[in-house]
Design a protein around this ligand. Structure first.
Ligand code: S3P
Length: 203
């Protein structure tokens, strides 16, 4: 479904797509922030392909992420993740949901900056904790105290996620609201970038 008007900005989704060009909309942020579920719906709304980096890694490796961590370790997973993200970014425009650790990789950050618009889906600790309890297959949280691990990861990662081009607050409201906010803030960012690079600017 291509909605022609975004009530928050008055700009059409078609205008956003025109401004985006070949770039990917790249969702970054912690496990449980909603990158995959929101990303899938955002892609539907914009009529763009949706790609989940974790699923692509699993496909490329022929095994699931838990097994990759268990058999080969985290550094092996991270190297594969960076390769897969670099490859996926060649195929914009699209909505790309990344795994929670992906943006921590300097080369992936650089590639995302060059070929995409990064959106940090930022969620509060309580929201993340509630959501990640629903799944037990995340190797990063298979620790004695997942709550403490989550706090540590947030402390380490939040300053890096903050380097994303735009930030949207992920919370327990209908996805359509978050999606509207993503579209609005990305549009503002693209306009600003257009102005700064000396272009005539978007209407
Ligand atoms: C990870 C997050 C996972 C997955 C892997 C590592 C992390 O993705 O890539 O388990 O380091 O935060 P989600 O953020 O989609 O759960």
């Amino acid at each position: 479904m291509l909605t022609d008007r975004n009530p928050m900005t008055g700009n059409s989704d078609a205008q956003l797509l025109a401004a985006l060009g070949p770039r990917s909309l790249v969702l970054v942020g912690m496990m449980g922030a909603g990158k995959s579920s929101i990303g899938r719906k955002l892609a539907q709304r914009l009529n763009l392909p949706f790609v989940d980096a974790d699923a692509e890694i699993e496909r490329a490796a022929g095994m699931n992420i838990s097994d990759i961590f268990a058999e080969h370790g985290e550094p092996y997973f991270r190297a594969g993740e960076a390769r897969v993200i670099a490859r996926l970014l060649e195929s914009g425009p699209q909505v790309l949901a990344t795994g929670g650790g992906a943006f921590m990789h300097p080369q992936s950050r650089e590639a995302i900056r060059a070929k995409g618009v990064s959106v940090w889906l930022k969620a509060e600790y309580d929201v993340l904790m509630k959501r990640i309890k629903r799944r037990s297959d995340r190797p990063m949280l298979k620790t004695d105290d997942p709550a403490v691990t989550l706090q540590r990861l947030m402390r380490e990662r939040d300053p890096v996620y903050a380097e994303a081009d735009v930030i949207v607050h992920s919370r327990d409201v209908p996805h359509e609201i978050i999606i509207g906010e993503i579209i609005s803030v990305v549009m503002q960012w693209l306009k600003e970038i257009g102005r700064r690079s000396g272009g005539a600017g978007l209407p």
